[in-house]
Structures are given as structure tokens and as C-alpha cells.
Design a binder for this molecule. Structure first.
Ligand code: PHE
Length: 464
């Protein structure tokens, strides 16, 4: 009876499915997915480019009214179906309705995001070596700019650092959900927090740090264009790892007694805390040393090193900063990588080994387009963007919000209140009917309408 040929849905095989072991494990691992380069690389440069606090306010609203409901929805769907993103929607949707396409777009988004994400982690690794060797210890942005250009301009270096990332991520994934992902992230998250606090204290105790803090907390609404608002919404999706099946996949590993609305709220708040800490680590120092805060994506790699070089014992803090960036990014890329791996093993019954290897090879191929976009392929542009920027733009601003929109429509209009109540109250074990009603209202009306309006205005279809 226990033969391997049993159909997928037998109770025996369900029990054998790997999953997260403790409630704390669930929160840390989910937070590990949310916290990443989004907090340390994207959040600061976008805040810098779009006027500081005004952007943060829109980002906050997007997180609360859209991000959180979508995250709760995904955890709920995944835990109910206990399967990868595509299979989950196939199992839960009415027969013949193609809701599984949300999951399919999620698997596609996982590759598109990993393609450029793995490359940025690769740059961070290269910078750890550079920071350790002391070669970045200069206050001249022309020198750090040349160092960055040398990394991204070298095709072999760009490919090799990306392969290193793919290999170490594959090794952790191979060890499994609890023994690989959960065990690794449980160690990485505390380390990340300690390092971030150290850099924050250093930055905030510099004389004149107040100007950077003011920049973070005093809104200038003049920079809030439709595109800026769309960026804030997209960032909320990217930050919380939603709209593409990561949280469905992770939800499928949740324990049945997990209080989903509460744990998702903790993850959202924890992630926000890390973004603000990253802002507090970066902006005071940026202002103290008179560097431009609106440098764009290169802020982390060109501007930040000069800031560290200006401060006492800067080389040590710079090293800590790049190590913490790599640590944060690892928890995030693990969750991206798990999306196709779970799909291949749950849907096609592939062994974890085969699924990991296939994902790694596919990623090396798609990822090479991003790795080579600043060197061999620098002449290739689509809609005016090279592959790296195209992958980043399309995933953050289109795939994730559109995925999130359909998840809201599915949960709010197709799945229905009865099933939601059952799933979020753990079949009546939790007394949270008020929370469930608020969630239902948000996911049915507020979140989808906001996503739609922001998407259409960001793309210039309507004017608000
Ligand atoms: N949330 C991660 C970050 O901020 C990125 C990510 C996006 C991870 C989508 C998983 C899914 O860096």
C-alpha cells in the first residue's frame, strides 16, 4: 500500500511531504523570503529617486491595503492545497477554469526575477572580495564607478559569480525544505539583523546624520508621478515576494495550526522594519558625506562604498554591509528557486535532485542573458531596456501586480467567503472572524481596484 505508485493525493503521501517544522520557523523563513536585495538595494535607491518620505507613504499604503491581503491569500491557498503554485490553483479552482495560469505566470516570474537577482548577488559577492582586499577604500565615486564597470563589463566574471550563486543555492535546496531552506534561514536571519544594527548605529552616530533621517521622514509630494506610484506598488509586491507563487509554495509547507493573518502581518512588519533600518543605515551617511541620494540602481555599488570609505573604520563596516546584503539575498533567492522545484516535484513527481538540477540549468541559461547584458549583449535592447533592466521592470511592474490582481479576484470572487473563513480560522479553532471580515473586504474590493487603477495609470492608460 505504501508503494511509490500511489496517486499523488493519498493521505500517506501527504504526510510524507516535507514542510516547515515550527511556528517560529515559518515566520523566519517567510521573512527570509521577503527580506532581501529589495530592502537593501531597491528600497533605498527608489526612496532616493522618488523624493524620500512621500514615496515611503505610498509604499506603506500599498503594503497594507494590497500587499498584506495578497500575502494572506497566497499562504491560505498554498496551505489548503498543500502543493506547488500551479497545482494549488488547479486543485482549488472550479473545473475547466484556467486559474492555474496564475501559477504558470508565477513560475515564469520566478525565472525572470532569479535571472537578474542572482546576478546582483554575484556582484555583491565580488564586492565582498573587493571590500576585504581594501580596493574599494576610496572616497572618489569615479574610482568606485570604474570598479563597478569592471565587474559588470567582464562577461566571464559576470557569469562565474552568477554560477557560484546558482551552485550554493542549489546545494541548500537539495537538502530539502526543513533541513535545507529552514535550517539555513534560521541561522541567516539573526546574523542579518545583528549586522544591520551595527551599520545603522555607525551611520546614525555620525555628526550631521539628522539630514538623512529628515530625508527619510519628511515627505516631498512633488515627485509623486503616476510612474512613482506604480513603482511603489511594484516594490510592495517585490518586497513581500507576492503575486508570483512564492508565498503559495511556502504556504504549502505551513503547519495546519499556523495563524496565517497574524504570521503574515508579522512578516510584513518585520520586512518593513528591515527596509527602514536599511534606509537609516544608508541615508544619514549619504548626506553626511554629501553624496547624491538619487543615484539609481548603482547607489549600492558606486555611491555606498565611497560613503563607507569616508567614515572611521569604514573598511570593516563596508565588509559587514556587503556580507549582510549577501545573507539577506540568500533567503530570498531560496524562496524563488523553490517555486519551480516544488512545481517539478509536486506536479511531475520528479525527485528533488532532478528538479533542482533542471532548475539550476534553466536558470544558468536565462540568467546568462542578464549577466551578459552589460557586456557582450550591451547592444541588445528591447523597449529601450537591456535584458537585465527588462527582467527587472517586467517582473516588478507587470508580472507581480497582474498576478496579485488575479489572486485577489480568485480569492474574493471565486473561492468565496465560506472557504476563506474555514481556512483562516483553522476550521474554527481561531476566534478571528472580525479579522477575516476585514480581509475579505480588502481582497474583494480594495486591493484589486487599487492594483488596477495604479497599473493603468502607471502604464499611461488612464490619468489620475
Ligand atoms: N522579496 C525579495 C526581496 O526583497 C525578492 C523576491 C521577490 C523574493 C519575489 C521572492 C519572490 O529581495
Amino acid at each position: 500500500m505504501e508503494s511509490n505508485k500511489q496517486p499523488l493525493k493519498t493521505p500517506l503521501q501527504k504526510a510524507a511531504r516535507d514542510g516547515f517544522t515550527t511556528g517560529l520557523g515559518v515566520i523566519l523563513v517567510t521573512m527570509g523570503s521577503a527580506v532581501g536585495l529589495g530592502n537593501i538595494w531597491k528600497f533605498p535607491y527608489m526612496v532616493g529617486a522618488f523624493g524620500g518620505a512621500a514615496f515611503i507613504i505610498v509604499y506603506l499604503i500599498s503594503t497594507l491595503l494590497v500587499g498584506l491581503p495578497v500575502m494572506i491569500s497566497e499562504h491560505m491557498l498554498g496551505r489548503t492545497a498543500k502543493a506547488d503554485a500551479i497545482t494549488t490553483l488547479q486543485k482549488l479552482a472550479p473545473k475547466k477554469q484556467p486559474w492555474w495560469l496564475i501559477g504558470a505566470s508565477g513560475v515564469l516570474a520566478a525565472f525572470v526575477i532569479m535571472a537578474f537577482y542572482s546576478e546582483v548577488i554575484g556582484w555583491v559577492l565580488a564586492y565582498i572580495v573587493k571590500a576585504a582586499s581594501g580596493s574599494l577604500l576610496t572616497t572618489d565615486p569615479n574610482v568606485t564607478g570604474a570598479a563597478f564597470a569592471q565587474v559588470i563589463g567582464n562577461p566571464w566574471l559576470s557569469l562565474i559569480v552568477q554560477w557560484i550563486v546558482i551552485i550554493y543555492v542549489s546545494v541548500i535546496i537539495l537538502a530539502g525544505v526543513s533541513k535545507g531552506i529552514e535550517a539555513a534561514v534560521k541561522k541567516l536571519m539573526p546574523a542579518l539583523l545583528i549586522m544591520l544594527l551595527i551599520v545603522c548605529i555607525r551611520s546614525l552616530t555620525l555628526p550631521g546624520a539628522g539630514e538623512g533621517v529628515a530625508f527619510l521622514f519628511e515627505p516631498d509630494f512633488s515627485k509623486l508621478t503616476g510612474a512613482a506610484i506604480m513603482t511603489a506598488l511594484g516594490l510592495a509586491f517585490f518586497k513581500l515576494s507576492i503575486g508570483m507563487g512564492t508565498m503559495i509554495t511556502y504556504g504549502s509547507y505551513f503547519r495546519d495550526d499556523q495563524d496565517i493573518p497574524i504570521s503574515a502581518t508579522k512578516v510584513m512588519l518585520g520586512d518593513l522594519g528591515v527596509s527602514l533600518l536599511a534606509g537609516l543605515a544608508i541615508f544619514p551617511a549619504v548626506f553626511v558625506y554629501g553624496v547624491q541620494p538619487d543615484a539609481g540602481p548603482s547607489l549600492l555599488f558606486i555611491t555606498i562604498p565611497t560613503v563607507f570609505a569616508s567614515m572611521p573604520a569604514g573598511n570593516i563596516f563596508m565588509l559587514i554591509f556587503f556580507v549582510l546584503s549577501a545573507v539577506a539575498a540568500t533567503g530570498a533567492i531560496l524562496s524563488l528557486f523553490e517555486v519551480p522545484v516544488a512545481f517539478l516535484s509536486d506536479h511531475y513527481g520528479m525527485s528533488r535532485k532532478k528538479a533542482t538540477l533542471s532548475t539550476a540549468i534553466a536558470l544558468a541559461l536565462v540568467g546568462s542573458l542578464a549577466a551578459l547584458s552589460s557586456n557582450v549583449l550591451s547592444g541588445v535592447s528591447i523597449f529601450g531596456l537591456n535584458f537585465f533592466d527588462l527582467f527587472d521592470y517586467v517582473s516588478q511592474n507587470i508580472l507581480l501586480p497582474v498576478g496579485g490582481l488575479f489572486i485577489c479576484i480568485f480569492v474574493g470572487w471565486v473561492w468565496g467567503f465560506g472557504k476563506i473563513k474555514d481556512a483562516l480560522s483553522n476550521k474554527g479553532d481561531l476566534q478571528n472572524s472580525g479579522i477575516i471580515r476585514v480581509f475579505f473586504f480588502l481582497v474583494r474590493w480594495v486591493s484589486p481596484i487599487l492594483i488596477l487603477v495604479i497599473l493603468l495609470s502607471g502604464l499611461g492608460v488612464i490619468k489620475i
